[in-house]
Design a protein around this ligand. Sequence first.
Ligand code: PMV
Length: 340
Amino acid sequence: CESPSNIALIKYWGKYEPQLPINPSISFTLSNCRTKTSIDYSPRLKAQGKFVFLYDGKTKKSFENKIKEFLDRISSFCPYLENLFLKINSKNTFPHSSGIASSASAFSSLAFCIVSIEKSYNERMTEQIFFNKVSFIARLGSGSASRSISGPSMIWGENEFHSGCSNFFAINYNKQLHKSFKNYQNTILIIDNKIKKLSSSLGHKKMTNHPFLNDRKNQAKKNLKIILNAFSIGDLEAFIKVVEQEAMTLHALMMSSDPPTVLIKSKTLQVIELLKKFREKEKVPVCFTLDAGPNVHILYPEKYKLQVIKFIKEKLVYYCQNELFIEDMVGLGTKLLDSN
Ligand code: PMV
């Protein structure tokens, strides 16, 4: 199957056991940054291990521990895995060295394959239960992976503003997105392609005793309400304000944690300044968001694509490592590929 990455608009930052979020989050599901995963499975022989993992056809020792930990964590929810030997093959569609976090696409595609095995034997599993379980299992690999299953937007975490939400799995934003958000674009500027200094696991842990923990929880809820309203009435101004505040808050929380951690670069801030000037001067409703790293995600409506890409090529590409930027847009989530 193949599964995309997603970009959080309201950030999930901070968790408690077992991988449950301290606040609700919402994201756009992406389209072009994807992981393709296949699993060949057979009855497990006595002397056999549980799995082999190949990345693009080659063994990849560095990923093995993560997969082992994941399979152990999901074993009670997928007991059939105990009797199977899995040959897992994975591959990303985006450049391996782009510094883009691949855990969301990787774990959601893996979860989709695993729950598909179950579905093929369980006729009573409805589509809805299937998708909820894929998101549930993906969450146990990486929290944000729970939000890559469907699209164009998914919400993860209990809240009073959207019905049916859960801390255990993400659900599709089930209302009509205003036409202003249709085919929304996400262009990712690769400011630095080095592997992150801080794993997101450690980052989440830093929230546990964070002095601003309670304020953060309240802010995320308030911002979710604003985004949901902006989604339904097409309020781009409110959307832009909240999305940028969320990005800056994520990094402000890291900078004010113990010990302080800085993951953005001076080039990140330079790009943000130029983007804001462009927005004001050209009256283009474009905004930025950030992951737990220095790369800048630029978000804008499809009708401004030519103008924004021209601006990126003329003014921003100089700040990108190897002049690399990736053009992506909202998408519909995980899908099963033809096994032939
Ligand atoms: O899924 P994780 O554990 O890699 O955490 C992702 C955290 C952020 O990307 C910073 C925010 C988010 O909601 O995706």
